[in-house]
Design a protein around this ligand. Structure first.
Ligand code: C5P
Length: 131
């Protein structure tokens, strides 16, 4: 009821294997192209975060995951979007950049040197603690 401002959640996944974090390089939009992010996407209306993240990582990376605990704090993206990260475990598949320009695995030291999208930079301390 009513038009109380509702926020839309964007979920992102932290895939960590052998103390390395999977990052994906954005192909679009132009202002973000070339910068790196935790892969993910928008939760559809009525969809659970976990269901959305499983769907997005299947679409973007061709992997099946189980979603674990949240990572860090929610990030306000503006425009009614809230970004939330979760730890995920790969249960099948090998990540492939179906919608990104490239993928790479980074350790804690490399994470500090990567050109991450601004929102994801806020999670660096939380991610380093997991690596
Ligand atoms: O990937 P997509 O364009 O669906 O993401 C929706 C919004 O969430 C965009 O504004 C994008 O920049 C942002 N986003 C982000 N960090 C991520 C994933 C998405 O800031 N890891």
């Amino acid at each position: 009821m009513g038009a109380v401002s509702e926020s839309r959640t964007v979920v992102a996944g932290a895939v960590i294997v052998n103390a390395r974090l999977l990052l994906a390089q954005r192909a679009h939009p132009a202002e973000l192209a070339g910068r790196w992010e935790l892969p993910g996407g928008k939760v559809e209306p009525g969809e659970q975060d976990t269901t959305a993240l499983v769907r997005e990582l299947r679409e973007e990376l061709a992997i099946d995951v189980v979603v674990g605990d949240p990572v860090g704090a929610d990030v306000d993206l503006g425009g009614g979007l809230v970004l939330r990260a979760y730890r995920v475990n790969v249960v099948s598949g090998t990540p492939a950049p179906l919608e990104h320009s490239a993928l790479r695995w980074v350790d804690a030291a490399e994470l500090h040197t990567i050109d991450l999208v601004a929102a994801d930079r806020q999670w660096i301390p939380d991610l380093v603690a997991l690596l």
